[in-house]
Ligand binder design. Structure first.
Ligand code: ATP
Ligand code: MG
Length: 483
């Protein structure tokens, strides 16, 4: 048996020292048994919340479901809060969401029997003994998710458990036991009664799992998906035109697959399987010549609707919708102008451009093409940086045309621009000179020159500036390996 962290041992020890029973329970026992690192630690005890609070002065208790959270001094974030829950039995689930009445249970076995799956219903003592009345260890070995007790009843008590089953299959790579699977298929519609927030939390965990795609596939096969993301199902079996080998559904999932493989964050994952969400709605014609005009515009709206319904934050909604809106951006090395790249950046927002590129890569790989077009993407990055650099212009000077007119007591005219050109080339040579202290006397000197001399100097200055610009561009090109 793996060693328990000291904080957990101490907590068990303190409870036992006062004559209470105490066990490590739930996901952390499961994780220890399959050699994963637990993300949080739960302890079950026969001490009441009041008794727990007395023993651990550093606690908070919201008076809900008998769980007292205690704080430790650990530097490991997963050990800073430990949840201690009094043995309980969640008797009746009238509305399939919340236990009607939470009652104390007398024994650890009774407490374990209210838990969702056999692998989550194992208790561990300080001495290292396992209490496993539902043979969770056997299911862990077989990599099977099996409901504790009669699956039907357990899902009718709390319908979210059906999604939890799929989530564990996606995070752990386990299969669903036959009767458990059947009960989910038969009771999927009960998910309608679950709050969107709880559904979202499980969906996010599925999307962040290494087997996110299999998770979505299982959600569809079990019938759960139609109560979570019915819009996604619209693409099932919808064929595309000659540019695509996959159906819309397949393409959405393959795009997500790449985002998962690259370990990209949640918003990119969302965008990667939602970017073509509206294709089925705008499809015109059939076969090789069918079209999907405007799918990114309709898709923006549908994406916002989906994510609002699932109570994602406004920031997430705005970002994912923006990525969907611009995922079709046109880019060809020789055809796209600086101005069009500038416009794209303005529309998408500088902070999202990098993720838009990720979405483009996921989209391409997800269509079954072998490469994400590395050269094209490098060239696009180069142009992005190029347009982001400040242009070399007299605006960079610590002095302007009006100052010049005042200093020289002269009216507007070609001399003003010429002096500015000369000053600019001088500060490009030596940026330290860009101060009023240097520039003002220099202006007076230049204005004393003969007309032809100033003109000659300014022509040379403009030529120098162009050279600096070319050199800078060369360096940016080298940085991105483009020519
Ligand atoms: P993880 O923390 O890795 O997401 P977990 O199994 O620890 O997974 P939690 O939501 O932290 O899941 O719950 C802790 C334990 O509480 C579970 O292992 C399970 O025993 C029990 N549990 C949680 N939610 C439910 C539920 N809806 N129905 C029955 N038991 C549940
Ligand atoms: Mg947990």
């Amino acid at each position: 048996m793996e060693k328990l962290p000291n904080e957990v041992k101490n907590t068990l020890g303190t409870l036992q020292g006062k004559g209470f029973q105490a066990f490590v329970v739930g996901g952390c026992v499961r994780d220890i048994l399959i050699k994963r690192t637990p993300e949080d630690w739960d302890i079950a005890t026969n001490a009441t919340p009041e008794e727990i609070q007395k023993l651990f002065p550093q606690n908070f208790y919201e008076n809900k479901f008998f769980t007292v959270t205690i704080q430790t001094e650990s530097s490991d974030p997963t050990l800073q809060d430990i949840e201690i829950t009094t043995f309980r039995s969640d008797a009746k689930y009238g509305d399939r969401r919340h236990p009607e009445k939470v009652e104390y249970a007398k024994t650890i076995e009774e407490d374990l029997s209210r838990r969702d799956f056999t692998m989550n219903a194992i208790a561990l003592t300080l001495k290292g003994d396992l209490i496993d009345p539902f043979e969770g260890q056997k299911d862990l070995k077989k990599k099977i998710i099996r409901a504790v007790g009669i699956p039907e009843e357990r899902f009718q008590e709390d319908a979210l458990r059906m999604m939890r089953a799929v989530r564990f299959s996606a995070t752990l790579g386990f299969g669903l036991e036959k009767d458990t699977l059947k009960a989910i298929q038969e009771n999927a519609a009960l998910l309608k009664e679950i709050s969107q927030e709880r559904i979202r939390d499980e969906l996010v965990k599925i999307l962040m799992a290494p087997r996110a795609v299999e998770g979505l596939e299982t959600l569809r096969e079990t019938g759960l998906l139609q109560y979570i993301l019915p819009e996604l199902l619209e693409g099932y079996g919808v064929t595309q035109n000659k540019h695509h080998i996959y159906t819309v559904w397949e393409h959405n999932l393959y795009s997500l697959q790449y985002a998962v493989k690259m370990n990209w964050p949640l918003d990119v994952r969302l965008a990667s399987f939602l970017h073509d969400i509206a294709k089925p709605r705008v499809k015109q014609g059939e076969g090789a010549d069918s079209t999907f005009y405007g799918h990114e515009v309709v898709g923006t709206k549908v994406t916002s609707q989906i994510l609002s319904r699932l109570k994602f934050s406004n920031k997430d909604i705005e970002k994912v919708a923006t990525l969907v809106r611009y995922h079709m951006f046109y880019y060809n090395v020789d055809e796209v102008s600086d101005a069009s790249v500038r416009r794209l950046v303005r529309n998408v927002g500088v902070e999202y451009v990098e993720d838009l590129l990720k979405l483009r890569m996921a989209d391409r790989i997800g269509s079954g093409v072998p490469k994400a077009e590395p050269y094209k993407l490098r060239h696009f990055r180069y142009l992005l940086e190029k347009v982001a650099l400040d242009p070399l212009s007299p605006k960079m000077l610590q002095i302007n045309g009006n100052d010049l007119m005042k200093l020289g007591d002269i009216p507007a005219g070609p001399a003003i621009g010429q002096v500015l050109d000369v000053l600019l080339s001088e500060i490009l040579e030596d940026p330290a000179k860009n101060t009023k202290k240097y520039l003002e006397p220099r202006v007076k000197e230049l204005l004393l020159l003969k007309k032809e001399e100033l003109e000659k100097l300014s022509v040379k200055a403009r030529h120098d500036r162009e050279q600096v610009e070319t050199r800078r561009d060369e360096m940016t090109k080298q940085k991105y390996w483009v020519t």
